[in-house]
Design a protein. Structure first.
Length: 513
């Protein structure tokens, strides 16, 4: 079986015999019931392939769809002029980058539909290309735009350049409404939908289907599709890894399933990770191997966001579907980028809670956070991950605290934002990466623990102070009765007080009870 890894062309997949998960019923439904759509999905989730499918459909290439759902639905197969714009191929470094990319597409279209306006602005040329395509072919125009916001994402930390790009794109995309009488269908995709700096403010007829139950499975693979199209591949994967097929399906669900793009939508597998796993017959964190945008973590650090709150805080429907770059809340960006997904919905207040979709994302994201939060040790003499893990698992609290002290003593790092939250985040990432059950800011009847680590045999309650003393930290554990919930627990409990020196950025005082 051939897997279309990295192949985004519908015609190539069909003609060369690659596996294709049939989404053409949704293509037909969208094309026959509306005109203007927007879809947000994480990277590597099949957005480009979806647009390529629309392109083949609207070009009337009927033979590519033989045997697919749409072949029983569509009767006319009209050929329309298709303008497809892909903004994903360029690195947007300066003001000229975006104009150069738009020019590249415009020049191609103008060769087909007339270039008498080639000396005008890019938005004027786009308008005349749309009108020219309609006049030359006698059919209304189909416009497909992939990764519409790529220039804005790449300049998220450069407000001036981002505003230049926003202004250009706003005028360019505004042609879709100006040319409404010439347009048969328009579909735009991206990872995020920007709010206040939206390039869509003039496109009030744009239907955002990103959270629409009816199209929650338009990208990705459902469990039913995995069984229907890839059952023999799962069997081969199971054999290669010495597993039963049932256990293999369970592992696939644990590692790659769990995305939800609407509250009543189906659970979705990450298609890129699934296909890479089946191709290599080996489980891995394939989605993360393709790269994680650094601005995601920089945003977490800049806003000083407590990492343990990522799956606790509620977010409104409007905030979930619209990204405001000036907002300190990182949850909308993490959701739209695929690092968090819908967990639950509160209909009374119209709010969502989020969660990590699966093991791949949970563990992969933690590993990615590691170098941003954990001090870079200059030597390995005083610190060992293996020894640290053994100390925690064996109840050797004094030894693992000494190793923690050594890590900060020997580390090279820079604190961003609130120091106490920074140290909490550091402990959270570190213990979570080691596979321990860790909670930060756990609520009790009389306060909140800074950190709680639990193993099968031991419980560690950690209180952090900055510029005070370990004794004060330990006294707070006792005064607030943080250990009370574990009074009948059979495990041995340790109370640990840590004081960080804000000047030296080291643990200068610690104590254990």
């Amino acid at each position: 079986m051939k897997y279309p890894i990295g192949i985004q062309s519908f015609s190539t997949i069909i003609e060369d015999g690659y596996v294709y998960i049939d989404k053409t019923d949704a293509v037909y439904n969208l094309a026959s019931t509306g005109c203007y759509y927007f879809l947000s999905r994480p990277r590597r989730f099949g957005k480009s392939l979806l647009l390529s499918t629309f392109e083949a459909y609207f070009k009337g290439v009927r033979e590519l769809f033989d045997g697919l759902a749409i072949s029983h639905l569509e009767k006319n197969w009209i050929t329309y002029p298709v303008l497809r714009l892909d903004l994903n191929a360029r690195d947007y470094k300066d003001e000229s980058s975006l104009i150069a990319e738009l020019n590249r597409h415009l020049e191609t279209w103008e060769k087909l539909y007339g270039d008498e306006f080639r000396d005008r602005s890019v938005e004027e040329r786009f308008l005349h290309v749309i009108r020219g395509a309609y006049e030359k072919t006698g059919q209304k125009v189909v416009v497909l735009i992939d990764e519409y916001e790529k220039p804005l994402l790449q300049t998220i930390n450069n407000p001036n350049l981002r505003e230049t790009y926003r202004s250009t794109l706003k005028s360019f995309y505004g042609c879709l409404k100006t040319c409404d009488e010439y347009i048969r269908f328009a579909f735009l995709t991206g990872v995020t939908r920007f709010g206040k700096i939206s390039v869509f403010s003039d496109l009030n007829n744009l239907n955002d289907i990103s959270l629409d139950d009816r199209y929650s499975d338009i990208c990705g693979i459902t469990d039913e599709e995995l069984h229907r199209y890839l059952d023999s591949s799962i069997a081969a994967l199971a054999t290669k890894n010495g597993m039963s097929k049932e256990d293999c399906y369970a592992r696939m669900r644990r590692d790659y399933d769990g995305y939800r793009f609407s509250i009543n939508g189906k659970g979705m597998y990450n298609p890129f990770s699934v296909l890479r796993t089946l191709d290599r017959l080996q489980f891995g964190e394939y989605w993360f191997e393709t790269g994680t945008p650094e601005f995601l973590v920089r945003r977490l650090q800049k806003t000083n966001y407590p990492l343990s709150d990522l799956t606790k805080q509620a977010v409104s429907t409007d905030n979930l579907s619209n990204l405001d770059v000036d907002d300190d809340n990182p949850l909308p960006l993490l959701f739209q980028s695929g690092y968090l997904t819908i967990n639950d919905y509160n209909a009374r207040f119209g709010t969502y809670t989020l969660r990590f979709p699966n093991r791949e994302v949970n563990e992969g994201f933690t590993k990615y956070l590691y170098p941003f939060y954990i001090p870079k040790t200059r030597s390995r003499s005083n610190f060992s991950i293996m020894n640290f893990t053994e100390d925690v698992e064996s109840g050797n609290a004094e030894s693992f605290v000494k190793r923690l002290v050594a890590m900060f003593d020997d580390g090279d790092y820079q604190i961003v934002g609130n120091q106490e939250v920074y140290f909490q985040n550091t402990l959270y990432v570190f213990f979570k990466l080691l596979g321990f059950y860790v909670e930060v800011e756990r609520h009790t009847s009389d306060g909140r623990m800074d950190a709680l680590i639990q193993t099968p045999d031991y419980i560690y309650i950690i209180e952090i102070k900055v510029g005070q003393s370990a004794a004060i930290a330990l006294q707070q554990i006792d005064d607030k009765q943080y250990a009370a919930p574990f009074a009948t627990d059979h495990r041995r409990l340790f109370k640990i007080g840590l004081n960080f020196n804000p000047t030296t950025r080291t643990i200068d005082d610690w104590g254990i009870k």
